[in-house]
Design a protein around this ligand. Structure first.
Ligand code: ATP
Ligand code: MG
Length: 601
């Protein structure tokens, strides 16, 4: 491609809307244009990058025996109602764009395709003989994200590869899951990114085991906790660890003490001169289930620890059946206004005890009459602890479970693991923290969707069973930007060779010089013919502008038909390290071809 004929517009200044380097650079270098919040036009250079990523994804998927297909982006509400996710996706997370058609039928723009593919499986898979089978597609997805930001990292429209596998049993599912783990590792290795595979929360999608593939970068929205021995890595949403040991309690007898102005843990431990590890804090939550039922929850946890709301939400989802619901629509710490809707009298905020009386909860059709009491594992072993007294300005000390307080029946790990904690697998390993951009996520779904939609098959013994399912997603457009976030310098993007829009750029410093133009044209033709994808900068611009642009757009190898031409040579510069060498005209093609092959493999 000749730059003189391309829609090639770079910006001198950083665009105001962009906060992180990769976002700024992709805009400045003319790879994309913002159309609206979370919506981008992918211009030709970016489209080439996206296609290269898609090709790598495709080749790794095909190598596992998965087959490519293309599913509709418009999906009927009825399928989502069958799976039970319509409310979660339209109300709770509210992430799905919905619309109506001329017959007043409700539709959604696909944020993901479990429902559609399960409907396909229900129609087409009859027998165990057809299993296992794995279909994937590369397609634009739509999500009405709460906070679209960072360009392609969190768009409202983005490209994803999503795949879904169907199996006769858990062992076959595990096999495909392991194959996907390998395929995803290969994809990231081939695209040239530094990544980590981590244990992940399965969230609203349901199911058991899942792994996320994180590209390591400071701008990442996810936190990863890992150990240096390489044996543990998990998303903080899911991570478990050993909390620091609790200090022995200084209290020996049960007592209620006046503790004025100690509604915060910091003020309270300061006043009582004790460690927060000897305090049980009681945190109030309000959960709304999909049937409208509201439940007030008290979580008792060691006061130096924090509640992990992802873990809590999962626990509450598992308890949904007891309240006649199936999913959590909202989980919040009730503010004054929310409290006023159900509390019969002012709550002793900051002084709540594990046994806060149920008569604080008013009567209401949709209101569970009793608190749901949960104790985090960290609070269970405490002896002679301090906690609230249910009376403002007072705490109790020297309390014990089974004596002054009944231990809540629901005992769970709902604490947030933090860097510095000891690892579960080896207490001498200390958890470290890193930021990551989630690029891929693989799940073992089990039969959640197949059971809900009635996608069954006939087993070898003639009986019917729901299909076992797995699902696997890679953010193709997110990956493109994550690559930039991991690889740039003050002059611009440094593409990994495998996903660069072009491998090389031939820069003609002075297009008025016939010798320069002739050499450049020849190289341009020969390089492309040899499979080295090459741009020709034949614009009527100053040499300095051309060099700057070549660096900004991040093409791996730059060939300059400049001064050394008189010796039959051209200057070749590597974008990654700026290393420059004069190479004889006759050797340029073979040299670059070698470098490209070496980098891509
Ligand atoms: P996140 O937690 O970042 O919102 P997710 O858990 O919703 O991601 P999945 O539903 O597992 O993501 O989607 C699979 C992949 O699609 C993700 O790993 C990510 O790479 C990509 N992806 C998800 N949401 C977006 C988005 N809004 N913009 C760009 N890529 C996205
Ligand atoms: Mg998301």
């Amino acid at each position: 491609m000749r730059l003189s004929q391309m829609l090639f517009v770079t910006l001198r200044e950083d665009p105001a809307e962009a906060e992180i380097p990769s976002h700024k650079l992709l805009l400045r270098a003319g790879y994309m244009r913002r159309i609206s919040s979370g919506l981008y036009a992918y211009l030709p250079l970016l489209f080439r990058v996206l296609n290269k990523i898609s090709d790598i994804v495709r080749s790794e998927m095909d190598a596992t025996g998965a087959q490519e297909c293309l599913l509709p982006q418009l999906q009927p509400a009825s399928l989502w109602q069958e799976s039970g996710r319509w409310d979660t996706y339209t109300k709770a997370e509210g992430i799905m764009f919905t619309l109506g058609d001329r017959r007043q039928q409700e539709l959604a723009l696909g944020p993901t395709h479990e429902e559609v593919i399960t409907a396909v499986a229900r129609e087409t898979i009859r027998s165990y003989r057809q299993l296992p089978v794995h279909l994937y597609q590369i397609q634009t997805k739509f999500r009405d994200e709460i906070r679209p930001r960072f360009g392609l990292l969190r768009g409202r429209e983005f490209i994803m590869k999503d795949g879904y596998s169907f199996h006769a049993d858990a062992a076959s599912l595990k096999q495909t899951y392991d194959d996907m783990y390998q395929a995803y590792s290969n994809i990231l290795r081939r695209t040239g990114l530094a990544f980590r595979a981590v244990e992940a929360d399965s969230g609203a999608i349901g199911g058991s085991g899942s792994t996320e593939f994180m590209v390591l970068a400071e701008a990442g929205e996810d936190e990863v906790l890992y150990t240096e021995d390489g044996r543990y890595a998990a998303n903080v949403e899911k991570a478990v660890s050993l909390p620091p040991e609790a200090e022995p309690s200084p209290f020996t007898a049960y007592q209620k003490l006046e503790t004025p102005n100690t509604a915060t843990i910091a003020a309270m431990v300061d006043f009582l001169k004790c460690s927060p590890t000897q305090v049980v804090k009681d945190v109030l939550y309000q959960v709304t289930y999909d049937n409208g039922r509201q439940v007030l929850v008290i979580v008792s946890i060691r006061a130096d620890q924090d509640v992990n709301e992802t873990k809590l939400q999962n626990a509450l989802t598992n308890l949904a059946g007891e309240y006649g619901g199936s999913t959590v629509l909202a989980l919040e710490v009730p503010d004054e206004e929310a409290q006023s809707k159900w509390a019969t009298k002012p709550l002793p905020l900051g002084y709540i005890a594990p046994d806060l009386a149920d008569d604080y909860i008013g009567k209401g059709e949709n209101l569970a009459p009793k608190f749901l009491r949960i104790v985090d594992e960290t609070a269970v072993p405490l002896k002679n602890f301090a906690t609230g007294s249910n009376e403002s300005g007072f705490h109790v000390v020297g309390a014990n479970w089974g004596k002054e307080f009944e231990l809540p029946q629901i005992r769970l790990d709902v604490r947030t693991a933090v860097a510095g904690d000891r690892a579960i697998h080896d207490a001498s390993q200390i958890l470290k923290t890193a930021r990551g951009i989630e690029i891929g996520h693989i799940f073992q779904l089990g039969n959640k969707y197949s059971a809900a939609l009635g996608a069954t098959y006939t087993q070898e013994d003639g009986t019917e069973a729901p299909l076992e399912m797995g699902c696997y997603g890679v953010g193709v457009s997110r990956l493109a930007q994550a690559a930039v976030e991991q690889s740039y310098d003050k002059n611009g993007i440094i593409w990994p060779v495998a996903i660069a829009p072009y491998h090389a750029i031939v820069v003609v410093p002075n297009i008025g010089d016939e010798a320069q133009m002739a050499a450049a044209e020849k190289l341009y033709a020969e390089l492309n013919a040899a499979g080295v994808e090459t741009l020709l900068d034949d614009r009527k611009e100053r040499a300095g502008v051309k060099f700057k642009d070549a660096e900004l757009i991040g093409i791996p190898f730059r060939v300059v038909t400049g001064r050394s031409l008189k010796d039959g040579k051209v200057e070749v510069v590597k974008r990654a390290d700026g290393e420059a060498a004069d190479i004889a005209l006759a050797d340029v093609v073979a040299t670059l071809k070698g470098w490209v092959q070496e980098a891509i493999q």
